[in-house]
Design a protein around this ligand. Structure first.
Ligand code: PEP
Length: 240
């Protein structure tokens, strides 16, 4: 199976930067397993057959009176096929809890989107050896009451929060063990064996090493997304 590389631009770029970025990547990605997740306002500028398009979050509601939100059907109408849900920044600064995340996952899957569900522990939880407990809770609550046939469109992104944007990364062995735990836990809870991505300070320099982890099915990348030359280098290494 081809690895998935999802690039999350977060709340970065203005219109001129978007235009430059798009001209830099034009004709160079050519892989539908590469998912670009620009800010919602710029999603339409990224419409292309050369890669997949995703949102950074999505509404749990259908269309209607929900000021400021973006619906699954709106995303789909411009060709979007993925959405990230439960990113730690939304869990923390938008106070999204497991219940809301579960509602979003359900709505997105029922709408035919692929979901990248982010899970991961804080530094404090890691230090207190609570990683397994946190991941188990996030898996169990995030995927609750979802019919088995829809679960095949769920991709889990393991993102230790203490690794996001810090340059600190667990060893390959540690990532591998945690991903085995995620796969086993998801299977024992929901009889579904998920694809698992790693996210946290992945860049063009460490991708070669991280790409050697056998049970990692791809990457979710923040900071390095913002430089198209880094994106192209990461793509080259992962596709090798
Ligand atoms: C992220 O925010 O999901 C992320 C992985 O960010 P970074 O690559 O910058 O650590």
């Amino acid at each position: 199976m081809k690895k998935i590389i999802a690039f999350n631009f977060k709340m970065n770029f203005n219109y001129n930067e978007v235009r430059d970025y798009i001209s830099n990547i034009k004709g160079k990605l050519n892989n539908k397993n590469i998912v670009l997740c620009p800010p919602t306002i710029f999603l339409p500028y990224f419409i292309s057959d050369e890669y997949s398009l995703g949102a950074q979050t999505i509404s749990e509601y259908d269309n209607g009176a929900h000021t400021g939100e973006t619906s699954c059907s709106q995303l789909k109408s411009i060709g979007g096929s993925y959405t990230i849900i439960g990113h730690s920044e939304r869990r923390q600064t938008q106070e999204e809890d497991d219940l809301l995340i579960n509602a979003k996952v359900k709505k997105a899957l029922e709408s035919g989107l692929k979901v990248i569900l982010c899970i991961g522990e804080t530094k404090e939880e890691y230090d207190m050896l609570r990683t397994s407990k946190v991941l188990k809770r996030e898996i169990s609550n995030g995927l609750k009451n979802i019919s088995t046939n829809l679960l095949e469109n769920v991709i889990i992104a393991y993102e230790p929060i203490w690794s996001i944007g810090t340059g600190i990364i667990p060893s390959n062995d540690e990532i591998s063990k945690t991903i085995d735990f995620i796969i086993d836990t998801t299977f024992s809870t929901y009889k579904f064996r998920p694809i698992v991505l790693y996210g946290g300070s992945v860049n063009e320099k460490n991708i070669e090493q991280l790409n050697q982890i056998e049970n990692v099915s791809g990457f979710l990348i923040g900071g390095a997304s913002l430089d198209s030359s880094k994106v192209l280098k990461i793509k080259e290494v992962v596709e090798k």
